[in-house]
Structures are given as structure tokens and as C-alpha cells.
Design a protein around this ligand. Sequence first.
Ligand code: ZN
Length: 251
Amino acid sequence: METTRYTQQHEPRNTMSLYIDSASHLHHDLEKNLVVTCPHCLTVSHITPSAVPRFEDLQLYRPNQVGLVYLCDACHSPIFLRFTVRAYGASRIELSPQFTEVERARERFSFTYVPEDVERMFREALNCYTHGAFNAFASMCRRTMQAMCADLGEAGRLRLFDELNAVRDLADIQPEIFATMKSVLFGAELDASSPLPLLDGYEAGILLEVAKDLVYEAYVRKGKLQQAIMVRRFFLDETNTDITPLISSAG
Ligand SMILES: [Zn+2]
């Protein structure tokens, strides 16, 4: 509580205010700008408060954090946000404007063209990321790459290394983060006993994009291209069979 009071005393007066009044009503002067990615409909949507804890209950138990329920304006599903309490006043409870999304939007990936063994690992990796289990996510990324290496063979494995290097140059990833990622993804390929480095949320976010790119490049891009070429050939064949009888009947 000491730090809470300290923060409040040193806030300039014109910062945004967010508080629950003694009638348990939420006051939020930037309420109009409150936008999140909805974990249900996955749109970036404005949210409206729908359930606020009772002022008396909060005053009685004085928790450090409080949970508020909002409604997604797009799909009307509930969205839970957790706020840190800044101060318990006699007539209002001040909340910090930063909040934690209790349920985060699921990470999506199109698994068409991805082999089952790889899909199983990478789906679980995405679930770990969605739930903020970043080191579990890293472990599943390593297993995804192991499944890919087993599936693609030696030539495919070398292409994966090349692709990873290409990503580094394209995305201009910092050398130390790149080294961590390389160790997460391919450490076990180079040395089976190599330990997994620990990741924070920022590094995990970069790893997520890189892992998606590697899976996409190895399977989805190739699959889409093959599919597109197959469709072209199909229509070419169709056109040819249409023309042939015309010519023969004319002749
Ligand atoms: Zn929604």
C-alpha cells in the first residue's frame, strides 16, 4: 500500500482517472478509447463495463487487484480485465489504468498442408503462448522443429536453417535475441543435451512470429503454390477437352 500512495501523490493532476465510487459505479474518463482484441470474436473492439465489484466489499477486504467484466461491443461476449488498485479512499477506489487481460485472444494459424505430427506440436505451442506460458511455449517450439526436421529430412533441415538466417536479415532481429531463438529452435538438433534458454514475453513474441514463418515456409507456402498450379492445370485440361470435340464436330 505504501507504493500505491506514493504513486498517487506524484501523479500529475491531469492524468486520466479510473475509479469506483461509493455507489459502486465505475468512472473512466478515457472509457471511449478502451479497445482490446476480443478473445471470442477476435476483432479489435471497444468494450463496455458490465459488472463492477461492490464498493463495500472492496473496502472491507482491500484486495491489491480487482476484476471487472466488460462486454465486447462486437459480439457481446464477456471480457475479464484485472486492474491494480492505486488507493483506497473514503469515497472512491482509484485503479491504475493499466490492466491485464485475463483471457487473451487465441493465436491463430492455418494448418492446411501441415503434417499431423507437426500440427499437434505447434497447436500446443500456440496454446501455451496464448496462456502466457512462455517457457512451455519455447519447449513446444523446439518439439515442433524436431517434428519438422524428422519430416523434412536432411535437405529440409538445411533449408530451415537457411530460412531462419533469412528471417534474421529480413526482420533485423537483435543478435542476442536471435542467438536465443536459434538455441530454442535448433539447439537440440546440434546437441541433444543443449538446455533451453529462458524467455520473457518480449522474446516469446518474436519467437512466435519466427516459428510461424518457418512452419509457413516449409509447408503452407509450398502447399498453396502446388494447389494453385494444380488448379491451373485442371482448367487448362478442361479448356482442351472443350475444344477437341468442337474441332472434331466441325471437321
Ligand atoms: Zn467479441
